[in-house]
Design a protein around this ligand. Structure first.
Ligand code: MN
Length: 196
């Protein structure tokens, strides 16, 4: 946990330095309060996913880059165990596993999400050009798009532009499991370091 807080603090500080934003400016650009940004940089806060998304969108970086360090070596063949990767950020009623973090050469990050019964999250617009791909593998998910909740049973998949308001919910009494691939627009305007 402290590793994750330390990484996040370091990431936010370094992104802020790169673009030379004061805390005031960063608060304006991300929509996260100056007080909260300060707490994050001092490792005093475990922010919610919504807050992390605001930071990622404000700085035009991937969500992955706030969750863990970039891989220190470039490999293509990788075996992961989902059970080792599942986290329950801020006890929000949702488990997230960052299976394949964002890498500039691939342009996407790959998550597994598990929504507890009754969980609902409304997501604000991500960075322009971000597209989400979802495959439901267990239960019945509902996705909010254009003001309508679209039901998606296990075995269904959807792709949508995520640079607009959208939402996820589990209206049932059983867990919902889905795979989420988030694709980011091309690198040029983005802050993250190019791969070595
Ligand atoms: Mn989203």
């Amino acid at each position: 946990m402290d590793d994750r807080k330390a990484h996040l603090a370091q990431a936010v500080k370094s992104y802020r330095k790169k673009v030379a934003w004061s805390l005031d400016r960063a608060a304006r650009e991300t929509g996260v309060s100056k007080a909260m940004l300060g707490q994050i940089e001092r490792q005093e806060s475990s922010p919610t996913i919504d807050t992390l998304w605001k930071i990622a969108t404000g700085f035009s970086v991937s969500l992955s880059s706030l969750l863990e360090p970039a891989p220190d070596r470039v490999t293509t063949t990788e075996i992961k165990t989902l059970d080792d990767l599942r986290r329950d950020p801020a006890n929000e009623g949702m488990s997230t596993a960052l299976i394949f973090p964002y890498e500039p050469r691939f342009g996407f990050e790959y998550f597994e999400l598990i929504l507890r019964p009754g969980y609902q999250r409304i997501s604000q617009s991500h960075e322009v050009g971000v597209v989400e791909h979802i495959v439901v593998t267990q239960g019945k998910l509902e996705i909010l798009l254009d003001g309508n909740w679209q039901p998606l049973d296990a075995g269904k998949a959807i792709r949508f532009a995520a640079d607009r308001k959208h939402g996820y919910r589990n209206p049932t009494s059983r867990e919902v499991v889905f795979q989420l691939v988030i694709h980011y627009p091309s690198k040029e305007a983005r802050l993250e370091p190019e791969e070595v």
